[in-house]
Design a protein around this ligand. Structure first.
Ligand code: G3I
Length: 395
């Protein structure tokens, strides 16, 4: 019954949205109301019957997505329901990475990634493939540290070619956007000295030529997939963002088939809000699509008194919570305001399955849903922005 009711409400909302494109409507109660409350009570799922993020996103055509943890998808019913109902694009958080698809050299394991693609198809969601070439999460038979390997430079190039072609071919026709190369630059704007970079240099090539190779191989394997370069800290104007900007211009000049640039969007309240829209726009002005690909907003959280040395997912102060909300709204607003920004993906569903606490001690609360999979105020903030923004329509 709940699903039917939810579907009906969503359908009515879509009809209203389509009937009045771009109109500056007064927000209906079912959109503003949840913003007034804070966390839903445990077991109160009334929020789920109101227009979802994906329903509200139809007004602009911007796709809203999440990274999906395949240990939870399909086994945790509440988690799965949120992924299916709230988002119209999904990204595998881990299961398309080289380490997971080819754990033993020459033996592929596509099971988890295939399951994600099947779930997306069943729920009419587009898939962002993530990620083909990254110095991290490489199979141990290839490299354990991302910088060294026992293979010769020519073998590295050949193995990279095989990996890109085999993976893109396996998913041919099923991937909307591929993150072809991830994080090839350091924060100071220098190229990362990855195992790929070093192999290409040793071959007498420009170290970054592996990027052009990967895009060309991916394009040959699936000419219809949109091919993205994806990185963090591009949100801020600075050495890294400038270096990537110059680099993608060079790729374009060399007729490398690059379609877009992904801004990961891992923000932290202690660093201030970046000049995100300017950066999205200047890359878009190169004739590229752009996307927010891994948004989360971390902050300092309260220690857990019951377990010394561990932390809760509650922000330390109400001010930090307010800053987080402001950042969430601004990231989505920036993407909506740049017509070439085609998708907005959050990096996980709930605080309890976010990568943040494992990496940044004392920080967390970075996602839209709490540990009980109840929506946080930032979820309602995003709905509000989707509803109220008069954004240019995406194709
Ligand atoms: O699957 C193993 C499990 O068998 C083992 O028992 C356990 C012990 O630590 O590790 C599990 O693997 C972990 C894996 O996530 C799956 O949960 C790895 O240790 C852990 O390092 C890995 O973290 C992922 C991280 O990338 C790796 O750098 C995060 O989930 C994932 O969210 C994160 O995502 C990246 C994007 O791909 C690229 N941009 C940055 C972003 C955040 O780091």
């Amino acid at each position: 019954m709940r699903i039917r009711h939810s579907f009906l409400v969503s359908a009515l909302a879509v009809t209203a949205l389509i009937a009045t494109p771009g109109a500056a409507m007064a927000s209906p109660d079912h959109v503003t109301e949840p913003h007034e409350g804070q966390h839903a009570q445990h077991g109160d799922h009334s929020w789920a019957t109101r227009p979802s993020l994906r329903t509200l996103s139809m007004r602009s055509g911007l796709k809203v997505g999440t990274a999906v943890n395949m240990d939870l998808y399909g086994s945790d019913a509440a988690y799965t329901r949120i992924v299916d109902q709230q988002f119209n694009t999904v990204t595998p958080e881990n299961v398309m990475k080289w380490q997971l698809v080819e754990p033993t050299q020459g033996t592929y394991d596509w099971a988890a990634a295939d399951r994600l693609v099947a779930g997306a198809r069943a729920n009419h969601q587009l898939v962002r493939g993530h990620t083909l070439v990254w110095h991290n999460q490489l199979p141990s038979w290839f490299s354990t540290d991302g910088t060294t390997t026992s293979f010769t430079p020519q073998q590295v190039r050949d193995l990279l070619h095989k990996h890109v072609v085999d993976e893109v071919s396996h998913f041919r026709g099923k991937i909307w956007q591929w993150d072809v190369v991830n994080e090839a630059f350091n924060d100071d704007g220098t190229p990362r000295q990855s195992v790929f970079y070093k192999a290409y240099e040793a071959l007498g090539l420009n170290g970054l030529d592996y990027v052009a190779d990967a895009f060309r191989w991916a394009h040959q394997a699936d000419p219809h997939a949109l091919l993205f370069y994806n990185d963090y800290n591009l949100e801020f104007t600075g050495a890294k963002s400038n270096a990537v900007y110059d680099f993608v211009k060079q790729l374009q000049a060399q007729h490398v088939p690059i379609d877009g640039v992904g801004f990961q969007g891992h923000l932290d309240t202690q660093y201030g809000f970046p000049d995100l829209q300017n950066n999205l726009q200047r890359f878009a002005d190169l004739g590229l699509k752009v996307a927010l690909t891994e948004v989360d907003v971390r902050t300092f959280v309260q220690p857990d008194p019951a377990n010394p040395g561990t932390y809760t997912d509650t922000p330390l102060t109400p001010e930090l919570q307010a800053t987080q909300e402001s950042y969430w709204k601004q990231t989505l607003q920036a993407c909506l305001d740049v017509p070439q920004c085609i998708s907005y993906t959050v990096w996980g569903v709930a605080d309890s399955n976010s990568w943040i606490p494992g990496v940044f001690t004392g920080e967390g609360a970075a996602l839209l849903f709490d540990d009980n999979l109840n929506p946080k105020p930032q979820y309602q903030d995003l709905r509000q922005v989707l509803w109220t923004t008069k954004a240019p329509r995406r194709a």
